[in-house]
Ligand binder design. Structure first.
Ligand code: C2E
Ligand code: MG
Ligand code: MG
Length: 687
């Protein structure tokens, strides 16, 4: 074959001159075009693009066998076969070899034709190297994403999941099928504050990237932590089409961190908070008390007798004693209070949000009592003791270090009183506490020592001032402290079950006395006060009925006085007990009305016979118009609910007149008679 000029036709011998115009057009084609003879496969024509693609001057191709440009001889043979069979070939991906030996991917189409009587194959090739490259790249990329150790999730603009990788499925337990089409809320644990999600969405919708830690929930309900990077994905024109979330599982790290934090803030032996954490909690309690106006009591509990255990049984037993002691304390503190171990034999209790130090005093006594019980350690029963120093926020100090120091000082001073004792930091508070203790221990033996008495205060009909009944009021004269008012000792008796024997004693005595007065006055009523604490005992009604029967007093003679405290408390049984009393013909009155919640619903839900207007209203009734309006409203309301009204604490004629005008039926107060011994009341009744 003779070589030709580049712009010339490759083989004029084979091609008709008429074709020149047509071939010039082919030369402009963006596709590579070649023509080869069918009989021997020799190339007779290539266009410019073909020569470019295959990397040489086009005359170099003419006269060469087409076969040599196929990278794979097998593939070439296959093409020859299908050409024979079908006469053509459409869009087949094919690897060719350029003149310089480099491979090139192209899409091949072949048609059979006859040119000047010669059968030829007309072939078109278009370069698909770029497309194949990007496809391969995409394949590699998606394989990498699919197999990445981190979770990858793609969501659409509508927020629904469109893709999740294998790590996602492994970590969450959801299969791709279960996740796709769902909202990522699927994983929400409820442990992440809503603000975090809000911040995330405001960042993302503004086109920014969000990074942060999330606690999510797996399909099986288990929680896991991940560090998420979420970013918007934009299309070619910059519009956000998707969101890409790449997340790293950090559960182990979080667990480790929290273990470290716990170790730093908790005592290794007892698992209790250390001093540092206790101080933090105390700060929190102080902040809460600042809002509520309540008090905090800080108690330092010192475990005594540990040296003895260490010396006689060894340190292991000593440690066991500390743990047993800590467990006992833990069982005694409220859930909301903090118990900490300061070190050695010292424990700290923060009793937060209480109304009066006396509340803490009661827990201190309970702790001292309970801690004295023996501890089974190493197969032996060991006895330990404790003492407690107490200090009060805000009166004794305003910050944790001062309060802890005070409690410490108080605990040292409690040592002077011997074991099993407590002491307040402030002398005045301490004296009060000690007085309360004396009252409590004195009350325990007051009945046997005959120190109690019952006084009676007449209740009179409005207008006529005729006696219609009496309220029985407890009196106590302490051998050293003298007469102690019921306002002082009743609350102490109420804080333990001591109120029960005292109240039973009073009822028995009052029934005995009232029997005489009932004989003089057939409709005589005996009013007796009962504490909420007594309603915790289910045998209350039976006890009352038994006593009345033993003393021979008809049951309709008794009026049980309760306060709103009973109805406000959680004593769910109160209503049942009150209803039972009514069933026994015992009357019920609501005492000190107006000092508690005075909720109308109480009056509606309970069938009270009598309402006693508290002294604080009566006192003002002749001087203050608003007190008068209130008294008037209470009386009207009681009348509407068919209750009798007793005005308590009537001291002046003016009060008497006004209350009578307002429609009050009965009265009680110094104006008609002070509380007096039974003998004096006898005289009054006999007149
Ligand atoms: P209370 O049931 O409201 O009893 C009325 C109190 O008001 C009595 O005080 C009485 O002496 C006082 N009082 C009556 N009229 C006047 C007056 O005109 N002016 C003034 N300033 N005061 C008057 P007391 O006897 O000191 O009793 C105080 C509270 O102690 C009683 O209030 C009652 O809640 C409680 N209490 C007394 N005895 C018992 C008892 O046996 N059991 C229970 N659970 N509580 C009792
Ligand atoms: Mg009363
Ligand atoms: Mg009262």
């Amino acid at each position: 074959m003779v070589s030709r000029t580049p712009d010339d036709w490759n083989d004029h011998a084979m091609l008709d001159d008429d074709l020149n115009g047509f071939l010039a057009i082919l030369d402009e084609s963006p596709m590579g075009i070649s023509m080869s003879r069918r009989r021997d496969g020799v190339i007779i024509y290539v266009n410019r693009r073909f020569a470019d693609l295959m990397g040489d001057a086009r005359e170099r191709f003419v006269g060469t066998p087409a076969r040599q440009y196929f990278s794979d001889a097998g593939q070439h043979a296959e093409i020859v076969r299908s050409l024979k069979r079908d006469g053509g070939l459409d869009n087949v991906d094919m690897a060719f070899q350029r003149m310089d030996g480099a491979p090139i991917w192209a899409l091949l189409t072949i048609r059979a034709a006859v040119l000047n009587g010669e059968a030829v194959n007309l072939a078109w090739i278009s370069d698909i190297g770029e497309r194949r490259q990007s496809e391969a790249q995409l394949r590699r990329l998606s394989m990498a994403v699919e197999q990445a150790p981190v979770t990858v999730m793609v969501t659409g603009r509508d927020g629904l999941i469109e893709y999740v990788n294998r790590a996602f499925c492994r970590i969450t337990g959801f299969s791709a099928g279960e996740a796709i089409g769902q909202n990522p809320r699927l994983l929400k644990s409820g442990q992440v504050p809503d603000e975090v999600y809000r911040a995330m969405w405001s960042t993302l919708s503004a086109g920014g990237m969000w990074q942060g830690e999330l606690c999510n929930r797996k399909k099986d309900g288990g929680l896991y932590w991940e560090y998420a990077t979420i970013s918007p994905v934009r299309d070619g024109s910059g519009v956000i089409t998707h969101f890409l979330a790449v997340k790293e599982d950090i559960t182990l790290r979080k667990e480790y961190e929290s273990r470290l934090r716990h170790q730093a803030s908790h005592d290794a032996l007892t698992g209790l908070p250390t001093r540092a954490l206790a101080s933090d909690r105390l700060w929190q309690a102080i902040a809460a008390a600042g809002r509520s106006g309540n008090m905090i009591v800080v108690m330092l509990v010192v475990l005594d007798g540990l040296d003895k255990v260490n010396n006689s049984l060894g340190f292991k037993a000593g440690d066991a004693a500390i743990v047993a002691f800590a467990q006992r304390l833990q069982a005694l503190v409220r859930h909301s209070d903090t118990l900490a171990r300061l070190g050695g034999n010292e424990f700290l209790i923060v009793v937060g949000d209480i109304g009066a130090p006396a509340v803490a005093e009661i827990s201190a006594l309970r702790i001292l009592d309970d801690c004295r019980k023996s501890y089974p350690i190493d197969g032996r029963n060991i006895s330990l003791a404790a003492r407690i120093g107490m200090t009060v926020y805000p009166s004794d100090g305003a910050d944790p270090s001062v309060l802890i120091r005070n409690a410490h000082a108080a605990s040292l001073r409690s040592e002077e009183r011997g074991g099993n004792n407590f002491r307040f930091f402030t002398p005045r508070m301490d004296e009060e506490a000690q007085a309360r203790l004396r009252i409590e221990s004195g009350l325990q033996s007051a009945i046997e020592r005959n120190e109690l008495d019952v006084f009676y205060q007449p209740i009179v009909a409005a207008g006529s001032r005729e006696i219609i009944g009496a309220e029985a009021l407890m009196r106590w004269s302490h051998p050293e402290m003298g007469a102690i008012a019921p306002d002082r000792f009743i609350p102490i008796a109420e804080s333990s079950d001591l109120i029960v024997p005292l109240s039973n004693w009073l009822l028995r005595r009052a029934c005995k006395d009232a029997r005489r007065w009932r004989q003089t006055l057939t409709h005589f009523k005996l009013a007796v006060n009962f504490s909420p604490r007594q309603f915790r005992h289910s045998d209350l009604v039976q006890t009352i009925v038994d006593i009345m029967e033993a003393e021979g007093l008809p049951r309709d003679c008794l009026e049980v006085e309760v306060t709103e405290r009973l109805l406000m408390g959680e004593s769910g049984n109160a209503k049942i007990i009150l209803d039972t009393m009514k069933g026994f013909d015992i009357s019920i009155s609501i005492d000190d009305f107006g000092t508690g919640y005075s909720s109308l619903s109480y009056l509606q839900n309970y069938q009270f016979d009598t309402l006693k207007i508290d002294r604080s209203f009566v006192r003002e009734v002749d001087v203050s118009a608003s007190a008068r309006s209130l008294a008037c409203a209470i009386i009207e309301m009681a009348r509407a609910l068919s209750m009798d009204v007793v005005a308590e604490g009537v001291e002046t004629r003016e009060q008497e007149t006004i209350l009578t005008e307002l429609g009050c039926q009965s009265m009680q107060g110094y104006l008609f008679g002070r509380p007096m011994p039974a003998g004096a009341f006898d005289v009054l009744m006999d007149r």
